[in-house]
Design a protein around this ligand. Sequence first.
Ligand code: AVJ
Length: 323
Amino acid sequence: MQAQAHDARAALEFASDVRRDLSKTPQRELHSKYLYDAIGSALFEVITLLPEYGLTRADERVIRDNADEITARLPVAPIVAELGSGSGRKTRWLLEALSQRGYVLYYPIDVSSAALHACRNELGTLDSVHIVEMQGAYIEGLSEVALRRSGEPMLLLFLGSTIGNFERGPAELFLREIHALLRPGDALLLGTDLVKPLPQILPAYDDPTGVTAAFNLNLLARINRELAADFNVRQFRHVASYNRAEQRVEMHLRSEVKQTVRIPGADFEFTLEAGETIWTESSHKFVLEELPALAHRTGFTSVGQWVDREWPFTENLWLVESP
Ligand code: AVJ
């Protein structure tokens, strides 16, 4: 698709999603995917460096320490595709291990062109690895990769516990959709953050220096920038809490005062009560045993789990078996 047509369509979709989700009762929402404009993506990169946010380092450690064992279970010379590649830092270890055994074709799939550029910078010099960037949404990008390939087996990467941002039902639907686009012999490597004590998990989403608060508040600033809205961002507070029943961290933005917000770019106006929140993200956490069960319910077979020693996080290797 033409970049400009893509931008125009994305802008319309942003406006209509904002309008729909801010109208929800009793809980107004905004979709977490909109946290990642250029500023939000840069703030997320900072989050991954925070001492309190162990998740990304754990993800990379488990992959780095077990890359040989993980890739030994896969066929040679595969296509590697990655949903939401970001900078591609963690993927290096897998590509290095795989390229020892043969040529690798790597498709990073990301909506952000900045992420794809970073990815090429990070991984472009690896020997025996050829990178083909795919700008687009997950399913759209994966469908395109599926169309382009011939006989090679595929390793699909979905790292960073991004699956945790889906509600449980939609997560299963999404995994089934992925399964339908894969073939027998293909594999999915799924990174998931695990349930851990509250004193460890809460500061990860509410760091004392306020980087996560800025990441969250930037969503309102983005709506001001892109949809000409008049959110009084200074009158909101970042709130992170653990929802035990749902086994997830929730991020909200709480309005400290009653305020009426106009969003001309979405043709929408609404009033927030003092103390009312907008729910911006859920990060579901898992227990080890539920992952092979999830694999089974979505058509996969779990063949391996690797866990970090410092920060409870697991890499799950799932196979597509012939029916
Ligand atoms: C990138 C989706 C895995 O849910 O932990 C970090 C995003 N939100 N701090 C997560 C995030 C708040 C992150 N993921």
